[in-house]
Design a protein. Sequence first.
Length: 247
Amino acid sequence: MKTYFISDLHLTPSRPDITECFFTFMKNEAVEADALYVLGDLFEFWIGDDDTSDFAKSIRQAFIDLVAQGVPCYFTQGNRDFLVGNRFAKQTGVKLLDEVEVIDIYGQKAVVLHGDTLCTEDVKYLAFREKVHQPWLQWVFNRIPFFIKKKIVSKVQSDIKDDKQTKSLDIMDVTQSEVEKVMKDNQADLMIHGHTHRPNVHRFTNAENQEQTRVVLGDWYTQGSVLVVTPDGFELQSRKFSNRFHN
Ligand code: LP5
Ligand code: MN
């Protein structure tokens, strides 16, 4: 019995090493799982569910195959794939989760989320997030032809590219008081998230003197990163990329 959690793969056609590692994981490992949770930033950027490229089709197919084999798949939007929507869910059989979701894993309550909303000191990002999450704006954007949306995204990306360099690492990490608030609001002693690319298990005692655990998932930049949860516990593991992509 095991459940997998992954996030921050940043899948893109220009990184076939990551994509292959993901496909191998889906075919050989996820297929044995009780469930798979993708906690955001599966894609480097997702322009819309109308993406008909071979690349997008191949990723959708990986989920279709997994769901067809009886493995429930859950997906939380990240800051790079906040435009994954109901059409993607319908086409693949993946279930879209809310921004913050409470789940039960082998009797343990856990709050799961992408993690960007925990970084409350990154006020510039949060203001940007609020803008692009406006339902009316997404409604309009989703109706623009794909090739034009692609150009808009590239323009916004290049406009804001340098902004991240000016931020301190502290600003881009989670705010502890926000972590504790979200855990308290959801009455969970375990939190699982990604986004910060700082894989770790943080154990701490909250203001009510309760033992709490926050598990941060790793990214897939230099290796695959997987959280494996069993009824006996959990472990952050890595998966190697195939040698054939490296000299
Ligand atoms: O993922 P990572 O770690 O690299 O960076 C994130 C934050 N960056 C982002 C940016 C997105 O990936 C790029 C999005 C392009 C979107 C195009 C949208 C098209 C319109 C869609 C309409 C429905 O998420 C980064 C964080 C970092 O995580 C750590 O938490 O710091 O945040 C930024 O760098 C954002 C800047 O600070 C914000 C700059 C404001 C610019 C305002 C432009 C307004 C454009 C409005 C578009 C309609
Ligand atoms: Mn992210």
